[in-house]
Design a protein around this ligand. Structure first.
Ligand SMILES: NC(=O)c1ccc[n+]([C@@H]2O[C@H](COP(=O)([O-])OP(=O)(O)OC[C@H]3O[C@@H](n4cnc5c(N)ncnc54)[C@H](O)[C@@H]3O)[C@@H](O)[C@H]2O)c1
Length: 292
């Protein structure tokens, strides 16, 4: 084992719940926190549903579900994370929110603990600077959906020490994931490549080159992608997609990363994808219907 036996997770949304799911099934105790306990309860319900689905498919044993769920404690105060060996911040992709969380969290968590972020794009070095332990701070970037996706990107900030890096690598291996190492530049590897592709798909829609369905069909059947780029954008969350494009645009100062105005409009409407019931598709009926 990596020596990491108890993990705190801040943010019980799509990603925080997924990380809790995987940790709990690996025998690690989890403290899961969000803005309010009802949000954590929603996360726990998602975890339970997803574990049951995995058991039906024979991916996990039915008997493992109850003990795994019992390992996840719901929290509404950072004090509950005081004895965690690792705390992973996985809240909304917004630097102001993340810096505030880290500044409040760090003084409460034991000094030997590693602090990590699941950010998709924001500088690890900058986030580390809002904690009391930049040398024990690291990016551990999971992929969505966490229980299914094998990869985790590990990103060191300028100050991250070797001990933190090695312990993080070991933790990722212990929960059954594969590592890729990225340098601390905007959006790292996966999203540096993926998000401009998604943004371009949205421009293709915006400029009328194709409809939602024709763009997704083109990339599924023409480029062998498992899902279309607009479907994928809805799955990631359009708010997260916009934040990542903004980080790329600001961080690399290159107009090729300009977020598509149509993406901005969808986010302004609150149509942020599957989690909101509506994005490039409307998910409120039995089958998803394109919104354009
Ligand atoms: N969606 C993806 O595909 C994906 C993939 C990898 C990484 N990420 C990253 O994971 C993080 C979370 O993304 P998500 O998709 O789970 O978003 P989400 O919108 O599903 O969940 C974010 C959660 O953070 C909570 N939150 C906001 N402020 C908080 C605070 N102060 N304290 C505690 N909780 C707070 C929100 O209430 C919400 O439940 C982001 O940094 C995102 O970039 C997302």
């Amino acid at each position: 084992m990596s020596g990491i036996q108890k993990v705190g997770i801040v943010g019980a949304g799509q990603m925080g719940s997924g990380i809790a799911h995987v940790c709990a099934l690996s025998g690690i105790d989890v403290v899961l926190q969000d803005l309010a306990l009802d949000k954590v309860e929603q996360g726990l319900a998602t975890i339970s549903g997803n574990m049951n689905r995995q058991a039906t498919k024979g991916i996990i044993q039915e008997a493992d579900i109850k003990p795994a769920l019992a390992r996840i404690a719901a929290s509404d105060a950072y004090e509950n994370m005081a004895d965690c060996d690792l705390v992973i911040e996985s809240a909304t992709e917004d630097e102001t929110i993340k810096r505030k969380i880290l500044a409040q969290l760090a003084p409460v968590v034991k000094s030997s603990a590693i602090l990590a972020t699941n950010t998709s794009s924001i500088s690890i070095t900058r986030l580390a600077a809002s904690t009391d332990r930049p040398e024990k701070f690291i990016g551990i970037h999971f992929m969505n959906p966490v229980p299914l996706m094998e990869l985790v990107e590990v990103v060191r900030g300028i100050a991250t020490d070797d001990e933190t890096y090695e312990a993080s690598r070991k933790f990722v291996a212990d929960i059954g994931k594969q590592i890729t190492v990225a340098e601390d530049f905007p959006a790292f590897i996966v999203n540096r490549i993926l998000l401009p592709m998604i943004n371009e798909a949205i421009y293709t829609l915006y400029e009328g080159v194709g409809s939602v369905e024709s763009i997704d069909t083109a990339m599924k059947l023409g480029a062998n992608h498992p899902m279309g780029p607009l479907q994928l954008a809805d799955f990631i969350g359009l708010d997260t997609c916009l934040s990542v494009m903004q980080v790329l645009y600001d961080g690399l100062a290159d107009t090729k990363y300009r977020p598509c105005p149509l993406l901005v409009k969808y986010v302004e409407a609150g149509w942020v994808g599957r989690k909101a019931g509506r994005g490039f598709y409307d998910y409120r009926g039995e089958t998803p219907v394109p919104t354009r």
